[in-house]
Design a protein around this ligand. Structure first.
Ligand code: SAH
Length: 212
């Protein structure tokens, strides 16, 4: 029987072997209890480097992808970050240990409610979430230093580009479904620069709220 700290150690070693070398990110992954973001029947898989199903037909991303996206965001402790697609809340929790405040939007009410309860239980008080449509962003609290989209979308919605600070970074799985690439989008004045990172698979970004 392998204990929790051993499982965590194995996961961070696996991430290191995949060239995730940032100590703050690796220690955030060791600190946040991933088992709390997963249904009890799947908890024994919590520290495997794999994506897992969550409610509403959605998924919690693979730890490697969470780490890779976090690294590519290049966050600073003073940053305000917007996440589109709260899902389980795991990615937002990792970010919350690294930045000033995380705003996160989810379109499925059950996921939104569960994630809000997890943040309360884990006392992650610098995460604010709302039930909403990520295509509209969160204009009232914009602009953001960084934006992370955790669902596949053809291109970055214009509203989100508008809500990004000058010199900001957006990390998103961009492209047609099944052919998306993790992409780094930077805004320098009016010029948008994009850089493809790695091929990934994400659930799609869908307009509107699923309020059931
Ligand atoms: N970041 C999550 C993984 C999310 S899976 C985690 O750490 O667990 C992608 C999520 O994006 C799903 O929960 C899905 O419901 C949500 N989503 C899809 N389209 C959306 C939209 N238009 N606005 C907000 N959330 C959306």
């Amino acid at each position: 029987m392998i204990n929790l700290s051993e499982k965590k150690l194995r996961l961070t070693m696996a991430l290191r072997s995949q060239a995730i070398l940032s100590s703050p990110i690796l220690s955030a992954i060791e600190t946040i209890p991933r088992e709390k973001f997963i249904a009890s029947a799947l908890r024994h898989h919590a520290y495997e480097n794999a994506s897992l199903p969550i409610a509403c037909g959605q998924t919690i991303s693979q730890p490697f992808i969470v780490a890779k996206m976090t690294e590519a965001l290049d966050v600073k402790s003073r940053h305000i970050v917007l996440e589109i697609g709260t899902g389980s809340g795991y990615q937002a929790s990792i970010l919350s240990l690294l930045v000033r405040r995380v705003y996160s939007i989810e379109r499925h009410r059950p996921l939104f409610v569960e994630a809000r309860n997890r943040f309360l239980e884990l006392k992650l008080t610098n995460i604010t979430i709302r039930l909403g449509d990520g295509f509209s962003g969160w204009p009232e609290v914009s602009p953001f230093d960084r934006i992370i989209i955790t669902c596949q979308v053809e291109s970055v919605p214009f509203e989100l580009i508008k809500q990004l600070k000058p010199d900001g970074i957006i990390i998103a799985p961009l492209g047609p479904p099944g052919k998306e690439f993790l992409t780094k989008v930077t805004k320098k004045g009016d010029v948008i620069h994009t850089e493809k990172l790695i091929s990934v698979r994400f659930v799609p970004m869908i307009p509107g709220i699923a309020d059931v």
